[in-house]
Design a protein. Structure first.
Lengths: 110, 115
């Protein structure tokens, strides 16, 4: 079967760094996406990885290891507005079917 | 408009009623997707269109669910004889091109409550 696993919740302090891990087992691989979703709002695109390595975009970075079926999203200099659910999603063999994990709720405390 | 627009924002239906959910994708976007999101879960794929062609409907949970995009822009997701287990947020997304790297842009969703 196909599986995408990420922790349910993480708590961190304002200004700190948090790393959200995602492991996946899918039929084929055509890229991994990270989305941010605030409660009651649309998921918004953060990053895309298809090759191994680190992609950096401001305070957010995403890493991929295809051989390990593993990715992480790194959030630096945490701000209160970063409190949200972070969704890992994989595009497998079926192009149109982006498969999502259950999401990691990040709680940023003062 | 600048983003994906969905209507209605909230819908309450009595069990057994039919509902229709509308999605206006970003202008010019080729691909359109429907997802179902239960509380505390990630979005679950329902179906996807490339222009007016429905290329994958493997995620539709039963034959009570039907989606169309007749002119390759606006799409409607119809649920017949709604059941309580249909209660969820229904998200629509669009993407510009048919490329693996092309991200999905989501609307705010329609929250369906079946009583």
């Amino acid at each position: 079967g196909q599986n995408i696993d990420q922790p349910t919740e993480m708590t961190a302090t304002e200004g700190a760094i948090v790393q959200i891990n995602c492991t996946y087992q899918t039929s084929g691989f055509n890229g991994l996406f990270w989305y941010q979703q605030h409660a009651g709002e649309a998921p918004t695109f953060l990053s895309y990885n298809v090759l191994d390595g680190l992609e950096e975009k401001g305070r957010f970075s995403s890493f991929l290891s295809r051989s390990k079926g593993y990715s992480y999203l790194l959030l630096k200099e945490l701000q209160m507005k970063d409190s949200a659910s972070y969704l890992c999603a994989v595009r497998g063999d079926s192009w149109g079917k982006l498969q999502f994990g259950a999401g990691t709720q990040v709680v940023v405390t003062p | 408009g600048a983003g994906v627009s969905q209507s209605p924002r909230y819908k309450v239906a009595k069990r057994g009623q039919d509902v229709a959910l509308r999605c206006d994708p970003i202008s010019g976007h080729v691909s359109l997707f429907w997802y179902q999101q239960a509380l505390g879960q990630g979005p679950e794929f329902l179906t996807y269109f490339q222009n007016e062609a429905q290329l994958d409907k493997s995620g539709l949970p039963s034959d009570r669910f039907f989606a169309e995009r007749p002119e390759g822009s606006v799409s409607t997701l119809k649920i017949q004889r709604t059941q309580q287990e249909d209660s969820a947020v229904y998200l629509c997304a669009s993407s510009l091109v048919d490329s693996s790297a092309s991200p999905l842009h989501f609307g705010n969703g329609t929250r369906l409550t079946v009583t």
